[in-house]
Design a protein around this ligand. Structure first.
Ligand code: NAG
Ligand code: NAG
Ligand code: NAG
Length: 413
């Protein structure tokens, strides 16, 4: 998702895609990948640096959920992974306004390691704070471009992740938002959101330096993968994306925006037809956002991609279903065989097969495939969303300012 400070909403479009993705047949099963935890903080020592810090992620209705533990005793939290924002937050009791969630909400009073931050403290991160309350609480407000909003208290907690060898890794004093009033576009499996952007409050910025660098990698399983199948997100040393087939594109700094991962898109090929971005290619014209499902392209490029995809698919697009809106959709009982799209980023060509380009049918949308691309104003940056990121191992290296991609079957990662 994109925080409000950056630019404007795509709510309608995203809701449309959600409409297509909604299906009720998936069971909530979180016990398939339980990790063992010790009940006290293990001491972090830099000599076991060969361990890679990890957290499992899985797919649920267009979002990707990361599992980590917060508090003492540790409570399991499933939070949406979001490279487009920075704040880590969870729904907390007492709840002044919360969306429905299937698991109990986090109760700070039941954790011995929860600490409120004073408004006077340098830890009270001022960009999220309004007036200091009379009680000197560090009350935050954090909004997203789709008008979702979380409000609560900035606090510190112990967060527990796991090493690749299965050891729990407890990290004390992680800054997070205890959200007491949260509204918007969240599903009942999302207990909060894990900000993974480039700003100082994100998970990678907070823990990366403890583990050999501000970097992480992710491998998102395809959209409709069963929720019990997870892949691992890795942090710090050992998370680098290496080996055959790796391509790399530079991150671009834009204005004062420390959060977003901007990259430069030169053009898109539909099969072998190359469609360039508009002549004056602006550096950093797309951002890589795991919290947004579709790809969002500037209108001019979107229009050309739309026409070219339509030319290449030997089927009639659906025109008699208003609920699909302006999306390009097809009805077919067999999988779409093409076309393949290649995104030409500076230094990195990414080939996407139809399963990374078309939202497949759900039990409710029977046989309907829709192009997972929508449009934004020509002057806005586009978004490389989570759908197109699936089945790539993607490494974000903030120290080297690069993003690396390697085609990978994420269900086996
Ligand atoms: C919760 O936040 C909403 C949106 O900002 C606000 O309108 C509402 O008054 C808040 N509720 C409480 C109980 O603070
Ligand atoms: C944190 O602040 C809230 C609100 O002022 C208060 O109710 C709660 O007891 C505090 N928690 C701790 C652990 O100090
Ligand atoms: C590029 O953008 C300019 C200004 O928006 C427009 O006039 C021009 O037609 C565009 N060129 C192409 C090839 O789309």
């Amino acid at each position: 998702m994109v925080p409000l400070q950056s630019f404007n909403p795509y709510l309608a479009i995203i809701l449309l895609l959600f409409h297509l993705l909604h299906f009720s047949s998936i069971e909530a099963q979180n016990d398939g990948f339980t990790v063992k935890l010790i009940r006290k903080s293990s001491h972090l020592s830099s000599n076991n640096i060969q361990d890679i810090v990890q957290a499992p992620i899985n797919a649920y209705i267009g979002q990707y959920l990361m599992e980590l533990y917060i508090g003492t005793p540790p409570i399991k939290i499933s939070g949406t992974v979001d490279t487009g924002s920075d704040l880590i937050w969870v729904q907390c009791v007492p709840c002044l306004g919360c969306y429905n969630q299937i698991n109990p909400m986090f109760d700070p009073l039941k954790s011995s390691t929860y600490t409120n931050i004073s408004c006077d403290s340098p830890l009270c991160y001022k960009p999220y704070i309004g007036e200091c309350s009379p009680e000197k609480r560090c009350d935050y407000t954090y909004g997203y471009a789709d008008s979702s909003l979380t409000k609560g208290v900035l606090a510190q907690e112990t967060v527990t992740l796991t090493s690749n060898t299965g050891k729990p890794i407890s990290l004390q004093g992680i800054l997070f938002g205890c959200g007491h009033n949260n509204t918007g576009n969240f599903n009942d499996h999302e207990m909060g959101l894990i900000g993974l952007g480039g700003g100082p409050t994100s998970l990678v910025s907070q823990i990366g330096p403890l583990f050999g660098g501000k970097k992480f990698s992710q491998c998102l399983v395809p959209f409709l993968t069963d929720i019990t199948i997870s892949s691992q997100m890795s942090f710090g040393k050992g998370s680098e994306v290496l080996g055959e087939g790796v391509v790399t594109t530079p991150l671009v700094q834009r204005e004062q925006d420390m959060t977003s991962y901007y990259v430069t898109l030169l053009g898109i090929s539909v099969e072998d037809t190359y469609l360039p971005m508009n002549s004056t290619i602006e550096k950093g014209n797309m951002l890589v956002d795991s919290g947004t499902p579709p790809n969002i392209l500037p209108q001019q490029l979107y229009d050309r991609v739309y026409v070219e995809v339509k030319n290449k698919v030997p089927l009639e697009p659906i025109t008699d279903d208003p609920s699909l809106g302006p999306q390009l959709c097809y009805r077919t009982q067999t999988n779409l065989k093409g076309p393949t799209l290649t995104y030409h980023f500076e230094g990195a060509n990414l080939l996407l097969t139809p399963i990374q380009t078309f939202i497949p049918p759900t039990p409710e949308t029977k046989g309907v495939f829709c192009l997972a691309i929508t449009n934004c104003a020509n002057s806005d940056p586009g978004i490389y969303g989570n759908f197109a990121q699936t089945n790539y191992l993607i490494g974000f290296d903030l120290d080297r300012q690069i993003v690396s991609f390697k085609p990978t079957d994420c269900t086996k990662q």
